[in-house]
Write a protein that binds this ligand. Structure first.
Ligand SMILES: Cc1cc2nc3c(=O)[nH]c(=O)nc-3n(C[C@H](O)[C@H](O)[C@H](O)COP(=O)(O)OP(=O)(O)OC[C@H]3O[C@@H](n4cnc5c(N)ncnc54)[C@H](O)[C@@H]3O)c2cc1C
Ligand code: SF4
Ligand code: SF4
Length: 373
């Protein structure tokens, strides 16, 4: 159902102030009247409407429906996107979404392997797509300043050096979509979006509901598996206060059952995840999508094999890219079946996330298999 007459007033009521808003910023980047902005300060990560033109809760552009068309949490978003992208709604058993295959992938490029979070596959894919004229630019997460403060910043990458400089994972939120305007200013027309499920569903929502040029330009989506992000305050209030780890001393972080921190002096610290829960970002608490279900390819670090990226191929475009990279010798692939425990964990985490979606909202995302883990 296309939300024909639904505009900001409805989005504000049904998503922004109802607990469903993830802060993905899709509504902000599609607004043709530039009356939406984004507040990333003090862990808020929320869109807001400028006071001129309707105030916080309303919008004077009453015939404009762009923000509700773009929002990947508005009304029956999951079914609409699934039907548009995959030709059918998700069955209960497709708990991590539609897929063609699941493989384990890692880059054969030693430099990208070094900077990548898991198998460096995302960076290899971006590099391949940029160097083979498949995309003009990609929207990713970079750093404020020299990166030593671990503060994230939405960024545009256009070449290998920029991909390398922005590789790896940060576990605080970064609305990569917000780099869209800069990509357009730089002349990009074919743009890839890298992002967790909340952002990876945005291009699909825009395409399903015909949100114009932005929808057309965001033609490739690389999803990141994700169960939550944390408030930036976790650095001072937990890592420093309890573990005496300063943010500028961290050189790498990962989450594998525990929050892992590698430090500049060569030491390593593990923080139990249950201690981190108090810093869970508000926008993640109702999120039902662990597996970035609407991406072309979704990538994660779970499973038995470290240094490999668990890769869910969902669309023909994703499959073609993976095969082209394999043929060019840029990536090593193993079937996902070689890691049954990893696949089981994928299903389990996907199921857990789905249970977070409120019973009062559209029932689609909460549907899960009755029996399996
Ligand atoms: C916030 C977050 C939570 C995650 N949670 C899980 C999880 O619970 N389970 C799991 O299996 N995998 C999770 N992942 C995915 C995992 O950390 C890796 O990103 C994934 O396995 C790809 O690895 P890679 O080596 O192929 O990626 P790389 O080649 O290192 O590329 C990673 C890409 O992610 C982008 N990126 C980094 N940080 C952010 C951010 N904060 N926001 C948006 N984009 C970012 C980078 O700019 C880069 O383009 C999470 C990732 C993020 C960012
Ligand atoms: S979920 Fe995203 S598109 Fe929807 S209201 Fe929130 S920021 Fe905007
Ligand atoms: S859990 Fe991950 S995918 Fe869901 S809203 Fe939070 S950051 Fe986005």
């Amino acid at each position: 159902m296309a939300p024909e007459k639904l505009h900001w007033k409805e989005l504000y009521k049904q998503v922004v102030t109802s607990g469903l808003c993830t802060g993905c910023a899709a509504c902000v980047i599609v607004c043709p009247h530039d009356v939406l902005d984004y507040d990333a300060s003090e862990g808020r990560y929320k869109p807001f409407h400028l006071d001129i033109d309707g105030g916080a809760a309303d919008c004077t552009h009453t015939s404009c429906t762009m923000c509700t068309r773009a929002c990947p949490r508005f009304q029956s978003w999951e079914t609409e996107i699934d039907t548009h992208r995959f030709g059918a709604e998700r069955s209960d058993d497709q708990v991590f979404g539609h897929s063609i295959e699941v493989v384990l992938a890692r880059t054969t490029d030693t430099q990208l392997a070094e900077v990548g979070q898991d198998g460096g596959f995302v960076s290899a894919l971006l590099t391949y797509a940029l160097e083979n004229d498949i995309i003009d630019a990609a929207l990713v997460s970079g750093f404020e300043g020299d990166g030593s403060g671990w503060q994230t910043k939405p960024m545009v990458v256009r070449n290998r050096a920029e991909v390398e400089a922005t590789a790896g994972s940060r576990y605080t939120y970064c609305a990569n979509t917000l780099a869209y305007a800069e990509a357009i200013e730089g002349g990009a027309e074919r743009i890839a979006l890298v992002g967790m499920g909340c952002q990876a569903s945005a291009p699909g929502a825009m395409q399903a509901r015909k949100a114009g040029k932005v929808a057309r330009r965001l033609g490739l989506t690389i999803g990141l598996l994700c169960s939550k992000t944390f408030d930036d305050a976790i650095f001072e209030e937990l890592f420093e206060a309890k573990y005496q780890v300063k943010r500028e001393d961290i050189v790498k972080m990962n989450i594998k059952g525990v929050f892992q921190l590698w430090l500049r002096d060569g030491s390593y610290v593990e923080v139990p995840l249950k201690e981190c829960h108090a810093w869970t970002r508000e926008g993640c608490k109702a999120c039902p999508d662990f597996a970035a279900e609407h991406a072309d390819i979704s990538c994660g670090g779970i499973g038995t094999f470290s240094d490999w990226t668990m890769t869910i191929v969902r669309t023909e475009q994703g499959a073609n890219l993976l095969n082209a990279m394999k043929d060019a010798g840029l990536v090593e692939i193993k079937p996902g079946d070689e890691d049954p425990a990893g696949i089981e964990l994928l299903r389990k985490l996907a199921k857990l996330s789905r249970k977070r979606w409120p019973e009062t909202a559209d029932p689609g995302p909460r549907r899960i298999p009755v029996t399996s883990a």
